[in-house]
Ligand binder design. Structure first.
Ligand code: GDP
Ligand code: MG
Length: 597
């Protein structure tokens, strides 16, 4: 296809504003997929994505479109994830296209992720077509939302297209706008091959599939290519496009988006942002790479049943093949045995991986408290990156500790503003900015990441009845008065419950945690002290009183079946607990004990 007849674009939107539904309609309207093969949210392929209605992996589709001017166009859509944890995926796919549709739900208006995503599009120099979706709903207010797009984002919304991705109204206008308002890609057919590695994932049949955007030259089946970041050579055995299923083609030229396979075994062997060129006389200067995704949240994953450790290792290895942003290393815990310390891009990422292990590999897990990476500066000048509070060095040798902070942007209706400010304040936040757009406030806070990773989303949602939206970016590390708080159950330290806390909050946290644990740990035949401590100093204490009677003692003599049933129940329950010294701690305790409310 000649460049003038190609349009490459992505769709940016806040979650639930209708991005996937709109993509479906564009695919359907152009006959890319026959009506009878159409199922909802075609591009959301993973089960978990469908269930939660979120898009995790960016997906791509090539659409043929005959415009009103009679010309044939090729439209390449890259669908991007909408969630904050996956911002890096958005940024990488933005670089592969020239324009964006900005979808805003006309019953809701601009939200935090609308802003975060549209700024990425602006940074990538995109031309942007605003689309007001859900106009079939009575609450739709296009004028108000168009005005808000101009006020808050600062782009012209006078020609915003009014769409219902549900009924199909406005879809034709959207396709025409893509062709007329978005620019054609540029590129040089005669130059050496220069292809951008946009994404890669593992396919059970084809091995690693590499999504590429051709900048210059031609990518052909059978050719040898070089990955410039590490100078590895590969023989290209397939070249193709997504419609959205894979379709093989002989070659891809400048401006085109498609995939190659080259007998690559692991996703880890491909670097997103890399430049692919000819093995000889190739391009000399690589494209600007993207920054690799860095895990920011760490936690331990342990099998409930310790005999499943090898199965867990296997599951984690497999998942990591397809997700280079997920890191892991083996960990042993006095209390939990063998497991893995894993790094994630954020809490949703953590949940997705944990769910997939439990669901697809059928392994029950104990998840320890999530932690961020602390920079621990030792008196001898050394700096240690602390991923696990249990590894905190002797405090007498520590000079100071720095923690990561974020800039959080929250959009919220006026009436909930007070609660949001209080929540941020309680989490050691510093207010940076507060502005209004219509009846909604936009507040910007500087917050410690460790106060956010645990249950901030949940709390924010609950204090605003779900009306607030939230986005953040990391800003850097700053020093603060941080200490390691340990928890002792029956005088035994439980390393999986240690956390880093701010000194001023340690006592309150410690007290809350001991109270929670007192409720979560079942009573035993003996008295159990539960303590929180900093170093050797106990800062909070609760006592779980002893159980007086055996559960089965109630069933006098006769009813043996009932007695057996009760014992079986106890046994089943036991499997989900972990023994700490003489005490059984249920699995939920590890997460629940740390929630603050
Ligand atoms: P995404 O998170 O941006 O991909 O949003 P989805 O495409 O998953 O849509 C979120 C929800 O809004 C789904 O329940 C859709 O069925 C619904 N939806 C999307 N577009 C429209 C629309 O134009 N009208 C109505 N009434 N509902 C819509
Ligand atoms: Mg979606």
């Amino acid at each position: 296809t000649d460049l003038a007849h190609i349009r490459n674009f992505s769709i940016v939107a806040h979650i639930d504003h209708g991005k996937s539904t709109l993509a479906d309609r564009l695919i359907q309207e152009t006959g890319t997929v026959k009506d009878r093969d159409m199922k909802e949210q075609l591009l959301d392929s993973m089960d978990i994505e469908r269930e939660r209605g979120i898009t995790i992996k960016a997906n791509t589709v090539r659409i043929d479109y005959t415009a009103d001017n009679g010309e044939q166009y090729v439209l390449n859509l890259i669908d991007t994830p909408g969630h904050v944890d996956f911002a890096y995926e958005v940024s990488r796919s933005m670089r592969a296209v020239e324009g964006s549709l900005l979808v805003v739900d006309s019953t809701q208006g601009v939200e935090a992720q609308t802003l975060a995503n549209v700024y990425q599009a602006i940074d990538a120099d995109h031309d942007i077509v605003p689309v007001l979706n859900k106009i079939d709903l009575p609450a739709s207010d296009c004028d108000r939302v168009a005005e808000q797009i101009e006020d808050v984002i600062g782009i012209d919304a006078s020609e915003a297209i009014q769409v219902s991705a549900k009924t199909g109204q406005g879809i034709h206008e959207t396709l025409e706008a893509i062709v007329t308002h978005l620019p054609a890609p540029k590129g040089n057919l005669d130059a050496p091959l220069k292809a951008m590695l946009v994404d890669s994932w593992y396919d059970a049949y084809l091995g690693v599939i590499v999504l590429v955007r051709i900048m210059d030259g031609t990518l052909k089946k059978g050719m040898r290519v070089k990955f410039m970041s590490n100078n590895t050579l590969h023989h290209v055995d397939r070249v193709g496009v997504f419609r959205p299923e894979m379709e093989m083609v002989d070659s891809l030229g400048p401006g085109e988006i498609g995939f190659l396979t080259a007998s690559i075994k692991q996703v880890r062997d491909t670097r997103v942002g890399d430049t692919i060129t000819n093995d000889r006389n190739g391009a000399e200067i690589a494209l600007d790479g993207f920054k690799p995704a860095q895990p920011v949240v760490f936690c331990g994953l342990f099998p409930v049943d310790s005999s499943e450790f090898e199965d867990l290792r296997d599951a984690i290895d497999k998942l990591a093949l397809n997700d280079a942003s997920f890191s892991f290393e083996m960990e042993t815990s006095a209390a939990l045995g063998f497991g893995f310390r894993c790094g994630f891009l954020g809490l949703l990422h953590l949940e997705v991986i944990r769910d997939r292990i439990e669901r697809e590999y059928d392994i029950e897990l104990i998840t320890t408290a999530p932690s961020v990476i602390y920079h621990v500066f030792m008196k001898d000048g050394e700096m240690i990156e602390l991923h696990n509070p249990a590894d905190m060095p002797d405090p007498s040798k520590v000079d100071h500790i720095e923690e990561p902070r974020i800039k959080a942007t929250i959009l919220v209706p006026d009436e909930f503003l007070g609660d949001v400010l209080k929540l941020c304040q309680d989490r050691r936040g510093i207010q940076m900015d507060l502005t209004y757009a219509g009846s909604r406030a936009m507040v910007v806070y500087d917050l410690p990441l460790n106060e956010v990773v645990f249950d901030f989303y949940d709390r924010l949602k609950s204090v605003t009845k779900g009306y607030a939206s939230f986005d953040y970016q990391m800003t850097g590390y700053t020093e603060d008065a941080l200490v390691k708080m340990s928890v002792l159950v029956n005088d035994e330290p439980v390393d999986a419950l240690s956390t880093m806390v701010h000194r001023d909050r340690a006592e309150m946290r410690g007290r809350a945690m001991c109270e929670k644990l007192k409720d979560l740990i079942p009573r035993h035949m003996f008295k159990i002290p539960i303590q929180a401590a900093i170093g050797g100093k106990v800062i909070a204490r609760e006592t779980l009183s002893a159980l007086r009677k055996d559960v089965t003692a109630k069933c006098y003599g006769g009813d043996a079946t009932r007695k057996r049933k009760l014992l079986d129940k106890q046994k089943a329950g036991k499997k989900k607990m972990r023994q700490f010294g003489k005490v059984d701690i249920p699995q939920e305790a590890f997460i629940s004990a740390l929630k603050m409310d």
